[in-house]
Write a protein that binds this ligand. Structure first.
Ligand SMILES: NC(=O)c1ccc[n+]([C@@H]2O[C@H](COP(=O)([O-])OP(=O)(O)OC[C@H]3O[C@@H](n4cnc5c(N)ncnc54)[C@H](OP(=O)(O)O)[C@@H]3O)[C@@H](O)[C@H]2O)c1
Length: 290
């Protein structure tokens, strides 16, 4: 009889995410083991519990999901998970704290449906948050010229520096967007416009949307009114408005969920899968071309 598929959910929040639990079950996990309020110091013992219990031949029936609403803390937990493995003693891992990885991957994949990323100019508004940074990094890795925008130029510059550490030849320019004129400069002439601002924050005023947005594709990842981009509705999915193909947060959500579930299923194929943003993007490329 096959071993049940066990997913160990490591979550830094006071309560482990119900959303991540439901996706895990829907993706075919037989047994979900949820650990909440996980901190860096507790990871090693939890990981060792996962890798020492079943024999080598059965290790691929156990996997780890690292989540939680704090993406920076999640990254620390992820590093500790990696450090706790040794030699072949490991299990597959998916990192999607606060949905940041799957959301960014879905945004880039929908842009790629309409624009050749290599050589394209992309503006990522609020490119400093967990989703924006990942979106900018994935676009840069794909060869796009990326404008990383923030209300503060120093934050945009810091994000560019951080991305260059991962993508040495990244084409990045920081932009400030603290005034309407600055926002106009950041979006003028871009092929791809991604709004990755905090929930309920409008990033482009309606008059600028009318006068300056000529992008081939515009993606708003904020589902909470008011919209981040005034011309985009949350349910938009390849809806053309004034020559721009629009996607809203819910319109990209189907692909995000598809990637999340496919990654969970893939965790149980071998014991050495590692899904962070880049690996999820590769997985998403194969799904989106099916
Ligand atoms: N569909 C999903 O499952 C899913 C999953 C994750 C995220 N999301 C959505 O994706 C978006 C980005 O998520 P995130 O976690 O990266 O967001 P976040 O960290 O909350 O915010 C991203 C950026 O928004 C800017 N910002 C914050 N408050 C602002 C304000 N009052 N005015 C203007 N700009 C402001 C900040 O940039 P600066 O300070 O540098 O300007 C911040 O770095 C959110 O709308 C979120 O709801 C959706």
């Amino acid at each position: 009889m096959p071993r049940p598929k066990i997913l160990v959910q490591l979550d830094s929040d006071a309560q482990a995410s119900v959303f991540d639990a439901v996706v895990a079950v829907d993706a075919g996990v037989d047994q979900l083991l949820q650990y909440r309020a996980v901190d860096a110091g507790s990871v090693r013992a939890l990981v060792h519990g996962a890798i020492f219990t079943r024999g080598m031949a059965d290790l691929h029936h156990t996997a780890i999901f690292v989540g939680g609403s704090d993406v920076t803390t999640g990254e620390t937990l992820l590093q500790e998970v990696r450090r706790s493995f040794f030699g072949p003693m490991r299990v597959s891992v998916l990192f999607d704290a606060n949905g940041a990885n799957t959301t960014a991957v879905a945004a880039v994949l929908v842009a790629r449906r309409h624009v050749e990323l290599a050589g394209a100019t992309a503006t990522v508004l609020a490119g400093t948050g967990p989703v924006g940074q990942r979106t900018a990094r994935l676009l840069a890795r794909a060869g796009a010229h990326v404008r990383v925008a923030s209300r503060r130029l120093d934050r945009a510059s810091a994000t560019c520096t951080q991305i260059r550490q991962a993508v040495a030849d990244a084409q990045l320019v920081p932009y400030a967007t603290s005034t309407s004129d600055e926002t106009a400069r950041a979006i003028d002439g871009c092929d791809i416009l991604v709004a990755a601002g905090a929930a309920g924050v409008e990033l482009v005023p309606a008059d600028l949307w009318q006068s300056h947005v000529r992008a081939r594709v515009a993606i708003d990842l904020n589902a909470v009114p008011p919209a981040g981009l005034p011309g985009v509705e949350p349910h938009d999915k390849a809806i053309e408005r004034d020559g721009t193909i629009c996607y809203g947060a819910i319109g990209t959500g189907g692909l995000k969920m598809k990637i999340h579930k496919a990654a969970i299923r893939s965790l149980f194929e071998t014991n050495d899968r590692w899904f962070d943003a880049d690996e999820l993007y590769q997985l998403g490329c194969s799904l989106d071309s099916e």
